[in-house]
Design a protein around this ligand. Structure first.
Ligand code: ZN
Length: 132
């Protein structure tokens, strides 16, 4: 006897043992719910990433690099939990990026904001060398 139940409505399923839903409308309802849950997670993360990028962009403005402390970043709503990628320079400095804007932790609660005008290591390395 088939003891499977529909994943959407919980009713007992009959027939094929590989069935997971009693009908198309239960399948659609289930899949829509999963998709909207996933979309919400993506939306929340993307929103914070965009916010982080905007904050770095605003502080950097037209400068090549800009020093800032943690407090100023947090006050604007920056979240250190979210970034898009990290780039380690030849000298071993690790920049943390939100899209094309990133920062290097300098210690003493200071960060150096930079912009990568191209993808890859070279631009950041150049910025880094100019700084030293
Ligand atoms: Zn069902």
């Amino acid at each position: 006897m088939n003891e499977q139940i529909c994943k959407e409505c919980g009713l007992q399923l009959r027939g094929r043992t590989d069935k997971r839903f009693c009908n198309d409308s239960c399948r659609n309802a289930f899949n829509n719910r999963i998709n909207s849950k996933e979309n919400n997670i993506l939306k929340i993360i993307n929103k914070q990433l965009k916010k982080n990028r905007k904050i770095l962009k605003q502080f950097l403005a037209d400068e090549k690099m800009y020093k800032i402390n943690t407090h100023k970043l947090l006050t604007e709503g920056y979240s250190f939990s979210y970034h898009t990628h990290r780039i380690t320079t030849a000298k071993g400095h690790e920049y943390i990026f939100c899209y094309e804007y990133g920062f290097l932790e300098l210690g003493d609660d200071l960060f150096l904001i930079v912009k990568s005008s191209q993808k890859g290591k070279r631009i950041v390395s150049n910025n880094n060398q100019r700084n030293e």
